[in-house]
Design a protein around this ligand. Structure first.
Ligand SMILES: CC(C)(COP(=O)(O)OP(=O)(O)OC[C@H]1O[C@@H](n2cnc3c(N)ncnc32)[C@H](O)[C@@H]1OP(=O)(O)O)[C@@H](O)C(=O)NCCC(=O)NCCS
Length: 190
């Protein structure tokens, strides 16, 4: 049996920490949240106002209270720099299934290993804290960096929604990816 006090927090990786999302994060979120280069990976490219984002923080708080989902701020371990947000949503309790989302907001912070590290933390939270059985995500087929990261940490492509997303005058495919608790154990707990 692992000594809990000697083991590392699942909320901390090699480079980042996941912590509670706070109302006071709003200004940091608004700095880069509407950067088109980052938003094309997310479900909605239409710029979001600070009021919409404030609603999102409020809804996250309500979801967490109801045990339906948990959104986190991602910060650097080194100096607590705010990097972005990620979350475990749509927890479907009888089936122990959920969806995840991930965004490093400032493109200057992409490709520094933060997204990979934060995704591994989310997997640990999902499988080692919430006792989930399966974690799922949707990713646009053109988002090659995200697909690379998700495959690297253990997600498998399980389906493809053809021409399901419209952007810049074209329809794009969406990949559905998932990872099971048994696969997570094999990769991270052996
Ligand atoms: C997708 C995202 C979360 C990845 O996080 P990140 O911190 O940039 O990623 P990392 O630095 O951890 O890893 C990037 C990896 O992708 C690789 N990569 C970069 N561009 C790539 C491309 N065009 N094709 C394939 N791989 C690519 C890098 O080489 C690196 O791989 P490696 O570690 O094996 O060398 C981040 O870029 C992001 O938030 N993007 C905007 C929002 C978004 O798209 N979210 C995902 C929604 S599903």
């Amino acid at each position: 049996m692992t000594d809990i006090y000697q083991s590392k927090s699942p909320f901390e990786g090699e480079k980042v920490r996941l912590r509670a999302l706070e109302k006071s994060d709003l200004d940091e979120i608004m700095k880069h949240w509407n950067t088109y280069e980052s938003r094309i990976g997310l479900a909605n490219v239409i710029p979001m106002s600070s009021m919409m984002e404030e609603d999102f923080i409020q809804r996250s708080h309500e979801q967490a209270k109801a045990g339906r989902g948990y959104n986190f701020a991602i910060e650097t371990l080194e100096n607590k720099e705010f990097l972005g947000t990620c979350g475990i949503d749509s927890i479907w309790q009888p089936h122990k299934s959920c969806e995840i989302g991930m965004a490093i907001h400032n493109p200057e912070n992409h490709n520094k290993g933060y997204g990979t590290d934060a995704t591994i933390c989310l997997l640990k939270v999902g499988f080692q804290v919430l006792n989930l059985h399966r974690m799922e995500l949707w990713v646009f087929a053109y988002n090659k960096r995200a697909i690379h990261v998700y495959e690297k940490v253990g997600f498998k492509k399980i389906g493809q929604k053809r021409e399901a997303y419209f952007l810049q005058g074209q329809f794009h495919d969406i990949y559905v990816m998932d990872i099971l608790a048994s696969e997570f154990k094999e990769l991270y707990e052996k």
